[in-house]
Design a protein around this ligand. Structure first.
Ligand code: MLC
Length: 506
């Protein structure tokens, strides 16, 4: 069975002299490194982290923006057999505090400007604050660390290697554990089905704290010898400049549908400008058939829509060479078993019938960190219950039709209504609230909230906005608030979110 770390280290050595990553900050080249430099610098950092007490099985929290330092530190953590825990660096203090409490990291690597926050919320945890604006090779952590002798660490396929926090539908975020073999299988699958190899160059504009940007995009390139042009941010005009450039030309782009909408809305050139790009992939949120058509026309090739989850890695993809069906997530990836079942009885359904998608395969997480009851609820006899409803057509292509789980997907980000409701309900003037998604041209869905004040209390929308901004990452903050007398409920007392969506539409 393949394991991520030995496999990665082998590939770094095999591709030693090839360029690995060019890093661009605000559109300007900041630094670049070869596979050999990644190998040596990550070995130095591993030594430094070991010095700070990190060893096999320890968690290392990454609260960093995109940088080459992030990549080398990520590799260093794997070298030690430790577990990387990425955190969105723009999370609020309370969101960061929750992750620190849940993951109990041995080491936190943060942006320099967050030093005080982490010192306050993780008093006894080792902290390495990093000045990301300094060129990577000049960082004292790299310069001052000696090159170690070979490490003799043995990895095990079931060793947890990564914990990705994902929105809990009933409570706070849950850390999906991905093991050495989960990650290796997943990246190998992606490279196989999309034929990614050393002649490829990926334009990377995704965040590194999700499986999309970290596993499907970055890890796949590192394992295949493909080079990466990594941007610190997504900014449509900037991304288009890189996509058009032929010096050197990128061959791959991976995005969420919102990125494509933003790119196409800013586009002033015909598809000829992008001929060198052989593959456009879209995932993390449904791609509307109309956007599929726009991509095909304006960028010159049909996009490859695919589906994945933090808990499972990539599950489905339309074929690279075969028919790409708009509205379909495509075919199962190698090694994945799929069932469509009646969510009430667990009975298998026929082709064409809609049911819950259940999955089993080598990329699927063994469970959630520290959450045995959530883990037990997510699996049935070894099958992972995705919470997505879908169907299969006669040609074996799958389609997502609805969600059983209460999740809003906004700009490719999974957002838990419950987390926002719990937060709003803590406000003294709020009696209760219901958070729901509304269709949005650019984001796919946007977050909206209906709020019922306590009898006699008054609430201003501004106040709700400011409160949410203080406690929740800006992507989770409702874009619209509706102050209402009561929430519509069915006879069982369940809030009718479809009714709220209808009322908001009116
Ligand atoms: C930006 N905004 C969002 C938002 N992104 N609001 C809700 N949800 C989002 N995802 C808001 C900002 O807060 C701001 O509002 C306004 O939109 C403009 O912000 P911006 O900074 O200009 O936006 P931009 O940088 O263009 O961000 C859009 C984006 C970003 C698509 C680049 O959302 C993004 O990187 N999404 C990718 C998330 C991702 O990687 N998901 C993968 C999950 S893994 P205001 O009010 O502040 O001005 C997964 C598994 C799988 O799902 O299979 O992939």
């Amino acid at each position: 069975m393949q394991m991520l770390t030995p496999f990665l280290l082998d590939r770094l050595k095999r591709n030693a002299n090839r360029p690995a990553i060019s890093f661009f900050r605000k559109g300007r080249r900041e630094t670049e490194c070869s596979f050999q430099e990644l190998d040596q610098d990550s070995a130095r950092l591993a030594l430094l982290f070991a010095d700070r007490g990190v060893s096999r099985g320890d968690r290392v929290l990454f609260s960093l923006g995109k940088s080459l330092f992030f990549v080398t530190a990520y590799l260093a953590v794997h070298r030690l057999g430790a577990i990387a825990v990425p955190c969105n660096p723009d999370f609020t203090r309370s969101e960061k505090a929750y992750l620190v409490e849940d993951a109990a990291p041995k080491l936190i690597i943060s942006r320099e400007q967050d030093r005080d926050v982490f010192q306050a919320i993780a008093l006894r945890t080792a902290l390495i604050p990093v000045d990301e604006t300094r060129p990577y090779q000049e960082l004292p952590e790299i310069q001052n660390s000696p090159l170690p002798r070979k490490s003799g660490l043995e990895h095990h396929p079931d060793d947890p290697a990564l914990i990705i926090y994902t929105s809990g539908t009933t409570g706070p975020p849950k850390g999906a554990i991905l093991t050495q073999s989960n990650l290796a299988h997943d990246a190998l699958n992606v490279s196989k089905i999309w034929e990614i190899g050393p002649e490829d160059r990926l334009l990377h504009a995704l965040p590194l704290f999700h499986v999309h940007g970290l596993c499907f995009a970055l890890t796949t390139c590192l394992l295949t010898g493909a080079s990466v042009a990594m941007l610190d941010r997504f900014q449509a005009d900037e991304v288009l400049t890189f996509l058009r450039s032929k010096d050197p030309a990128c061959t791959l782009f991976m995005g969420v549908p919102t990125m494509y909408t933003k790119l196409l809305d800013s586009l002033e050139h015909g598809p000829e400008a992008f001929q060198h790009i052989r593959l456009w992939t879209s995932g993390s949120a449904p791609l509307k058939p109309a956007e599929f058509e726009r991509i095909q026309q304006m960028l010159g090739k049909p996009p490859v829509e695919r589906e994945g989850m933090s808990e499972t890695g990539m599950n489905f993809s339309n074929p690279l060479h075969g028919v790409k069906k708009p509205g379909s997530i495509g075919l199962p990836l190698p090694g994945l078993q799929v069932r469509i079942v009646d969510p009430e009885t667990g009975a298998d359904l026929q082709t064409g019938q809609i049911g819950e998608i259940w999955l089993k395969g080598p990329s699927i997480s063994p469970g959630y960190w520290n959450k045995p009851s959530e883990t037990a609820a997510a699996f049935h006899n070894g099958w992972f219950k995705t919470g997505d409803l879908g169907k299969k057509d006669g040609e074996g292509y799958y389609y997502l039709t609805d969600r059983l789980k209460h999740i809003i997907i906004s700009g490719g980000e999974n957002i838990s209504p419950k987390e926002i409701e719990n937060r709003l309900n803590q406000l003294e003037s709020v009696f209760e609230s219901a958070v729901f998604g509304l269709p949005d041209e650019t984001l796919g869905e946007r977050v909206a909230a209906a709020v019922v004040p306590h009898p006699g209390a008054t609430i201003q929308t501004d106040e709700l906005q400011a409160y949410c901004r203080e406690h929740l990452h800006k992507w989770k903050c409702p874009k619209q608030f509706f102050i209402v007398d009561h929430l519509p409920r069915n006879t069982m007392g369940k809030v009718l979110k479809h009714e709220l969506q209808r009322l908001a539409g009116d």
